[in-house]
Design a protein around this ligand. Structure first.
Ligand code: UD1
Length: 294
């Protein structure tokens, strides 16, 4: 099969490209290299440096594609709060451009990388289920929600099959080293290596669900071919296990330093029963094991 991966030079996208190539698929990557890196790119993928907010410039690359994986994004909750216009341009308008290009090219299915940030605080409920009301707390979360709604609309209106995967906290090799795109696991590992204390935001009791990047890549491939999905379903992709930031720090092991809290959702734990029933997916790498693979 021929697949187009937007954001295929990025952290998650590049693992997906690797998995597709191992399975013998032909892969085209479009990526503007804003957070992605050429060094992440599988040499057997065809790469084009393109920006998803320019519809005309990306459209030609969708011709002849069997399916599209849309991962290109400005993937930072905190950055979107400071730069809502840029976030909207990439995380909302960009999805529309990619959906439109997929539709025009006659691609059968598009798998969209969304985020558990869409849930927001869910009336204090820790366990997030797909039928809960969306309550975005940041521009990033709102834009991902808009993307999901567009994907569903394109299925209803135009018959493009779509699946929305709501990722929880993805970690693994090739995570951003530093800056706003760097996740807490990478930050803590670097702090440990540098002999510094872990910087814990707020009281550290906030809960996250950490899912290994190769498990996420596999979920995408299953979502592309599942016969039980394709009409804009929302599907959680997490480990189903919860860790507070304090527990994560204890697992990695080292001294803690408490810093100011962030404007962010308090708790996120995935109910992964829908992923099991619709995709036949479940995570294979535990956090304890995954930490050793970074
Ligand atoms: C992450 C993702 C985002 C995704 C979202 C889903 C990153 C950078 N962002 O956001 O793309 O959509 O999950 O909810 O991976 N923390 C500390 N100390 C630090 C850094 C962070 O205690 O030095 C805390 C944060 O306040 C947060 C938790 O660790 O409570 C996780 O933070 P982070 O890895 O940045 O991810 P999210 O903000 O959850």
């Amino acid at each position: 099969m021929k697949y187009l991966v937007t954001g295929g030079a990025g952290f998650i996208g590049s693992h997906l490209v690797d998995a597709l190539i191992v399975k013998g698929h032909q892969v085209i990557v479009i990526d503007n290299l804003s957070t992605g890196k050429k060094s992440n790119l599988n040499p057997r993928a065809k790469f084009y440096k393109k920006d998803i907010h320019n519809y005309k410039s990306i459209k030609p690359f969708f011709a002849g594609m069997d399916g599209v994986f849309h991962l290109a994004a400005m993937p930072s909750v905190q950055l979107s709060i400071v730069h809502p216009l840029e976030s909207h341009d990439i995380n909302a308008n960009g999805v529309l451009n990619v959906l439109m290009a997929a539709k025009e090219a006659g691609a059968r299915r598009l798998v969209f990388s969304s985020s558990c940030a869409v849930y927001g605080d869910s009336d204090g409920k820790i366990l997030k289920k797909e039928n809960m009301k969306a309550a975005p707390k940041s521009p990033y979360a709102l834009h991902k929600y808009i993307g999901e709604e567009y994907a569903k609309l394109f299925s209803d209106l135009y018959g493009v099959e779509t699946v929305n995967l709501r990722y929880f906290n993805v970690y693994g090799p090739r995570m951003a080293e530093s800056g706003p795109y760097s996740g807490v696991i990478k930050i803590f590992l670097k702090q440990k290596a540098d002999g510094k204390p872990f910087t814990i935001t707020g009281d550290g009791k906030q809960i996250r669900d950490y899912v290994f990047v190769e498990d996420v890549a596999r979920a995408n491939i299953l979502a592309m071919r599942s016969k039980k999905a394709g009409k804009g379903e929302i599907i959680n992709i997490g480990s189903g296990k919860n860790y507070s930031v304090n527990q994560l720090a204890d697992l990695i092991g080292g001294p803690k330093k408490y810093i100011a809290p962030r404007a962010e959702m308090r708790h996120a734990l995935a109910d992964i029963s829908k992923a099991k029933s619709l995709l036949g997916w479940q995570p294979m790498i535990s956090l304890e094991k995954g930490l050793k693979l970074i």
